[in-house]
Design a protein. Structure first.
Length: 128
């Protein structure tokens, strides 16, 4: 049940970031013939799972290695790390044909902040 709550919260956060920022686009998946699939729910869930996997595998290691700099910058480096992880997720999603793109670093910074805040809000609301 906890995974389902996390998945729904992350999907809502990614959808909110794509809605708020012009530089974050979610086209949905494409089939092998290149036509756009109308259903966006499953690709959105796939991007959410991919974002979680990138955060678990790369994010934890990157945060551990940069811990002294995170302390030195009073946690502001975490915003940069989260933006880079969002850009990495978009790059992997593009390779998988999921139709998720992030244009530029500053868009990724804003998107990562929105994803963090909205994800936290929805996960808190769904846990109760």
């Amino acid at each position: 049940m906890r995974f389902l709550t996390w998945l729904l919260a992350t999907a809502a956060a990614v959808a909110t970031a794509a809605w708020l920022f012009d530089g974050i686009s979610f086209e949905g998946a494409t089939d092998p013939f290149g036509t756009e699939v109308q259903e966006k729910i499953l690709p959105l869930l796939a991007v959410s799972v991919l974002l979680g996997l990138v955060n678990i595998v790369v994010g934890k290691l990157l945060k551990l290695l940069s811990l002294p700099f995170i302390i030195l910058t009073l946690g502001l480096l975490l915003v940069v790390i989260n933006a880079l992880l969002l850009m990495l997720t978009a790059w992997i999603a593009g390779g998988l044909g999921l139709g998720f793109e992030v244009d530029g670093f500053w868009t990724a910074v804003g998107g990562s902040v929105v994803i963090s805040l909205v994800g936290w809000f929805f996960q808190t609301a769904l846990d109760d």
